[in-house]
Design a protein around this ligand. Structure first.
Ligand SMILES: Cc1cc2nc3c(=O)[nH]c(=O)nc-3n(C[C@H](O)[C@H](O)[C@H](O)COP(=O)(O)OP(=O)(O)OC[C@H]3O[C@@H](n4cnc5c(N)ncnc54)[C@H](O)[C@@H]3O)c2cc1C
Length: 387
């Protein structure tokens, strides 16, 4: 099925030999593929996005949307630098998307509260606080009493807390919907229920799908955890593996936590509609997207310890996603050496939502004008082999 903004129509494709030409074909309509589609279409490129599922129905639908580089990454690491750069782009990126899509996206920047409940957690918080102070990040180390003041819902085991002010959260399902709308307004085309089988080289790449062959001078692999399954001419499989994450969506939570609360065994993300997302398991189980009793039990117990009031919440659903993990846990973004028409944008692991604005901007600039952002040096696919 193809959806085109110009006609607003959705049409069926029967002829598998049809060849259509655009400037870019993006494989995968997760948060990364959709952000790329929007940024590229905004630069005037003709973009086609293929996905076998609906947009955002891979890992992205399970994401908690936390934007927390100072928790997710080691101090002064490459991941922290990328995350902080992307976080700084978020306000401007989102306001453009919202304006083009004419759709609101829930988004907060009121910080995170990370708490310690034992001595080693306390030592860890103190280390993080010192490192953040040295980096000049706005943050406060709180005593038990101060934690209770800023978060009255906190459980009895808390020993200390660390508030990191620049952090935030975005509602990912609405973000993906808005990105698709904004990209459609900019004349991108989304082809859903479309499985990509193979990419062949040449001056223009040929993307072979079950809905025909699409040709373009640039093909972007944004297929998340499934990137390694694609057959790419003369190129070894991209080394990403799936890491399952389960997340609980709770509803009718009252009162709500004040901001994202991050504990040792889970984190809780409150939304003003009374929902709280509790994430997330980290499981090496291959391409298995089932929710499990063990996963639910682990998250429910951890959430009840962290914020005991959540015991009364309604369990709305369990979300499961496969995070795309590269061998060094950094994204794989940049041009293929062996197949120059191919550009990778995958491997964002635990931080694909956080890193979406930066990835989209860097890749769109590279494809539209050849500009090579320094990010491309550290995310270069060739660091992982003959890609
Ligand atoms: C429980 C959980 C919580 C998370 N929380 C956060 C968080 O708080 N903050 C954060 O920044 N990140 C978080 N993440 C990580 C984040 O969700 C991922 O990094 C991000 O969604 C990856 O986006 P993507 O577009 O690369 O992949 P996906 O969203 O998986 O998209 C890839 C798409 O490619 C399509 N595809 C694959 N192969 C083919 C093919 N052959 N043909 C056609 N289509 C294909 C798939 O159908 C899919 O739609 C979380 C992840 C999980 C699972």
């Amino acid at each position: 099925m193809e959806c085109d903004a110009r006609s607003g129509a959705v049409s069926s494709w029967q002829n598998t030999d049809i060849v259509k030409h655009t400037d870019v074909v993006i494989i995968g309509a997760g948060v990364i593929g959709c952000a790329l589609a929007y940024e590229m279409a905004q630069r005037g490129l003709r973009v086609r996005v293929c996905d076998r599922r609906a947009p955002g129905a891979g890992a992205s639908q399970a994401s908690a949307g936390v934007l927390a580089p100072y928790i997710e990454a080691e101090s002064r690491s490459t991941l922290e630098q990328l995350g902080v750069r992307s976080l700084e782009l978020f306000d401007e990126f989102l306001s453009r998307v919202v304006a083009d899509a004419q759709q609101d996206v829930p988004y907060v920047r009121d910080g995170t509260l990370e708490v310690a409940t034992d001595d080693s957690g306390l030592a860890g918080l103190e280390r993080s606080w010192r490192a953040l102070q040295e980096e000049g990040v706005e943050c406060e180390l709180l005593t038990t009493a101060q934690v209770r003041e800023v978060e009255p819902m906190i459980g009895p085991l808390v020993q200390a807390g660390l508030v990191v002010r620049p952090h935030g959260a975005v509602s990912v399902r609405e973000l993906v919907t808005a990105l698709v709308r904004a990209a459609l307004v900019r004349r991108a085309v989304f082809v859903d229920a479309c499985t990509v089988r193979r990419v062949r080289g040449g001056r223009d790449a040929e993307v072979e799908t079950d809905q025909g062959v699409f040709r373009a001078p640039t093909v972007i692999l944004a297929a998340g955890a499934w990137g390694g399954e694609l057959q790419l001419e003369r190129v070894p499989a991209v080394p990403v593996r799936p890491v399952r994450g389960q997340l609980l969506a709770l509803a009718h939570v009252s009162p709500l936590p004040q901001r994202v609360v991050w504990g040792r065994d889970c984190y809780c993300v409150p939304w003003s509609d009374g929902r709280v997302l509790v994430g997330a398991t980290v499981e090496d189980v291959g391409f298995d997207e089932h929710a499990t009793l063990g996963g639910v039990r682990h998250l429910a117990a951890a959430a009840s310890r962290l914020l005991p009031g959540l015991e009364q919440a309604v369990l709305e659903n369990v979300r499961v996603g496969l995070r795309p993990c590269s061998p060094d846990r950094l994204p794989i973004v940049g041009r293929s050496r062996r197949l120059p028409t191919l550009v990778y944008a995958t491997g964002h692991y635990r931080n694909g939502v956080l890193l979406a604005p930066l990835t989209a901007q860097v890749v769109a600039d590279f494809v539209s004008s050849g500009r090579e952002d320094p990010m491309l040096e550290v995310t270069c696919p060739a660091r992982l082999g003959d890609l």
